[in-house]
Design a protein around this ligand. Sequence first.
Ligand SMILES: Cc1cc2nc3c(=O)[nH]c(=O)nc-3n(C[C@H](O)[C@H](O)[C@H](O)COP(=O)(O)O)c2cc1C
Length: 230
Amino acid sequence: MIDRKAFRSLSSGLYLITAREGERRCGCVVNTLVQVASEPPTLAVSLNKENVTTAAILASGRFAATVLAQDAPMELIGTFGFHTSADTDKFAACTTAADGAEVPYVTEHALARFSVFVTETIDVGSHYLFVGTVEESEVLGAGEALTYAYYHAVKGGKTPPKAATYNGGDEAPAPGVTETPAGAPAAGKRIAWRCMLCGYIEEGYPEGLPADYACPICGAPRDMFERIEL
Ligand SMILES: Cc1cc2nc3c(=O)[nH]c(=O)nc-3n(C[C@H](O)[C@H](O)[C@H](O)COP(=O)(O)O)c2cc1C
């Protein structure tokens, strides 16, 4: 028996994994970064074989990791977690730096960063597990780390199918968000629209989203929005 709900009780943080292939800067959101040895300090991360970032790590043998802070905006997560580096320079709108091997990393809304030299690449089906030695690490800020649970429960975020922990997109709705049928909102409530792909909430259109509306975070069309009341 495989009960997908069992996987939801696993806890993790949210991170940006970044890499460089030639002149191209790549990066994606993950929740699968973990320290797997203390000596030498070793990290592992699971990346989908179709991610552009995966190709860059396979080619370069290196990646950087940024630990996201709890105040990381959905726009940053949307850019790195719902778009492809193939046609977007995800770094254009955020503050960045580069490590000693010229691998770029994000410095805003970041608690810490690591530079990793890949020592093993393990094929685990849909994903590769990259295991590597930490060559650089640095504390970048203070505060709470953004956890996967907080991302779902408080920020209302979703998990795309390419994530290692995607379990059918059946996460529970965020607490405090009531899904309702069409019609007038309940007393004291206002109508809003929630992107079912990235979790972005649009409050500007009580009469309904325009036909050509696209999510400002992940680009999903109007059909991907559900009506909610706040
Ligand atoms: C909350 C969250 C967790 C994610 N976790 C992973 C993960 O662990 N591994 C992975 O390969 N992709 C994960 N993703 C999906 C990638 O970030 C996404 O497919 C990204 O667009 C890939 O970008 P790229 O093609 O530029 O590399 C996650 C996305 C989100 C929003």
